[in-house]
Design a protein around this ligand. Structure first.
Ligand SMILES: [Ca+2]
Ligand SMILES: [Ca+2]
Ligand SMILES: [Ca+2]
Length: 176
């Protein structure tokens, strides 16, 4: 696997390791959902809250099936690197999102869409990325990448199409 892939794998691994103990487990995925909900002042038992928690736990289960090779209920960094290295490249040459990743992001998208109009405006997008610990400077260029018709708001459709076209990392953590 190339150095670039290892770097991307480590970057994502560190972001997924919510409690920072060096392994991925179900509690990281639950904590990540709780963090998002707290940040938006949304309760875990609200409809959007429940949907996000369920999507995150489903994502964990799916990830564990694919990546947790020794079935000890944890994904180590080595296991994660191996898995990323085995993925076919997307059109952009970077790993793109699985259906489970996209479902979890969709649930986040709905939480981040605070006024519930089904669209993410510039401000909502910046807040969302900020939550992922991404510097605000790159948010504007990512937003423009996604908002292809330039009307100042993005639908889930816009997001998933842009993810397919440019790779997820460019939207969430880039562009570099
Ligand atoms: Ca962890
Ligand atoms: Ca393991
Ligand atoms: Ca909105």
């Amino acid at each position: 696997m190339g150095t670039d892939r290892v770097t991307v794998a480590d970057l994502i691994f560190d972001r997924l390791d919510t409690n920072g103990d060096g392994v991925l487990a179900a509690d990281d995925y639950r904590a990540s959902a709780d963090h998002v909900l707290r940040s938006y002042g949304m309760g875990p038992s609200s409809p959007k809250g429940r949907a996000l928690i369920e999507a995150n736990l489903a994502l964990w289960q799916h990830q564990a099936e694919l990546v947790d090779r020794d079935h000890d209920g944890m994904i180590t960094r080595e296991e994660y690197r191996e898995w990323v290295g085995s993925l076919p490249p997307s059109d952009s040459g970077r790993p793109s999102g699985t259906p489970e990743v996209m479902a979890a992001l969709h649930a986040q998208f709905n939480v981040a869409d605070r006024n519930g109009d089904g669209l993410m405006d510039r401000h909502e997008f910046v807040v969302w990325r900020d939550l992922k610990g991404v510097p605000a400077q790159t948010a504007e260029s990512s937003f423009q990448l996604i908002d292809s018709d330039g009307d100042g708001s993005i639908s889930w459709n816009d997001f998933s199409e842009a993810a397919h076209q440019h790779g997820l990392a460019a939207l969430l953590y880039g562009p570099r």
